[in-house]
Structure formats: C-alpha cells, structure tokens
Design a protein around this ligand. Structure first.
Ligand code: MG
Ligand code: ZN
Length: 216
C-alpha cells in the first residue's frame, strides 16, 4: 500500500516536470539541478560560477531551502535574478514548486536556470523538476563512502563535482575511490574537481555548463 502511494506521488510529479520541461524547451532555457548534502558548497560554487556566466548569458537562480533566504540574498548581491523557495519542512524540491517559482520571475526569460536543491542526498534524486541535467556536488570532507551509500544520486547525475579540493592535504580521504565508485554506478558521469576558495577547476565547470547548453 505504501509503495503504491509513493508511486502515485512520483507519477503526479513527473507529469508537472514534463510540462516544466516543455516550457524550458519553448523558451530555449537550459536548466541545471544542483544537488548535494548540506554544507557541500552548492552556494559557494554557484556564486563563483555565476560571476563567470552572468555577463555572457541571461542566468536565473531558484534557491531551495527548508527555511530562510540566506542563500538567495547572497545570489542577489551578485546581481543575478533569484527566486527563493522555502519548502517549510520538505527535504527536496518538486516539480510543482519549480512551476510556482517560475512565475516569481515575471516576464524575465533566461538562457540558463540553475536550481539549488535542498541539501539532502536522498529524495532530490527521485524528484524530476523538468531540469535538463542533474549535477551532484560531493565535498572531500564527506569521506569516500557516499557513492555506495547513496547510489541513486550518482546514477541520476550527469556531472559529479568533487568540491573543496583545497582541503585534501588535511584529510584522509581517498578521492580516487569516490571517482571509481561513481563511475561504476554511472559510467557516463563526468567528473570535475573544484575549489570555490582557490578557483581551481572552476573553468572546467564553466566549460562543462557551456557545452551542455541547448543549441539555439
Ligand atoms: Mg546553499
Ligand atoms: Zn525529501
């Protein structure tokens, strides 16, 4: 019985996700859904990337958090249009929340929308929101067991970002194992290592984004 309810919720969500996707195709917007555990550095990476992208493209951001608009305020300061979603407890964004957030942009149209999902390694991977690509951020401070413990995140993502690599010298983390296990789960996943602090790898991330934009 419980399984059936979950299935119905996901099917209803997928229907709205499909409508969102149609809207994104129509408006020629490419949408990236950023997922990670809390504190992996989604907002920090986003801020650095936005500085590189915002002069060349029309970029919008949708910020998902259980509470507060701290992250949205940081994005706003960069001069990028942002809509904050507060889920009020829900630990993921769903397609309907994204549909509502889009109306928050009014008449603005974008080449790129980046969605920062709620920090959580489980259900964000289950809920399609109409995005073109899911991107997972895995910080080196999380150890190397995450691919094996949370496989769906890695299976669903097109890009894995290993973040905070400036901290590697202070940690006993086996980054090669993270990459190996991620590739085992998803042989097509691309991997980029970054540090929002030193700027290392950011160019590669930007290049990846640019090479995945919808053709005009
Ligand atoms: Mg954040
Ligand atoms: Zn959830």
């Amino acid at each position: 019985m419980k399984i059936k309810i979950v299935k119905d919720i996901l099917e209803a969500n997928d229907l709205i996700a499909k409508e969102n996707k149609e809207y994104f195709i129509k408006t020629n917007t490419t949408v990236f859904n950023l997922m990670s555990a809390p504190g992996a550095g989604k907002t920090s990476l986003l801020k650095v990337a936005l500085k590189e992208l915002k002069d060349e493209y029309r970029v919008g951001v949708i910020e998902g958090d259980i509470a507060t608009s701290i992250d949205a305020q940081e994005i706003e300061r960069i001069g990028v249009p942002v809509v904050q979603i507060n889920t009020g407890g829900a630990c993921h964004l769903d397609a309907n929340m994204i549909r509502n957030a889009l109306s928050g942009f009014g008449k603005k149209r974008f080449d790129i929308i980046i969605i920062e999902n709620v920090g959580n390694l489980v259900c964000p991977a289950e809920f399609k929101v109409g995005e073109d690509y899911k991107i997972m951020i895995h910080s080196v401070t999380e150890g190397e067991d995450k691919p094996l413990k949370y496989p769906l995140m890695f299976k669903e993502s097109s890009l894995l970002i290993i973040s905070k690599i400036d901290l590697i010298p202070y940690l006993d983390v086996d980054v090669e194992k993270i990459k190996r296990d991620a590739k085992k789960l998803n042989p097509k996943i691309d991997i980029v290592e970054t540090s929002a602090k030193t700027g290392e790898g950011i160019e590669k991330f930007i290049k990846w984004i640019k090479s995945h934009l919808r053709k005009r």
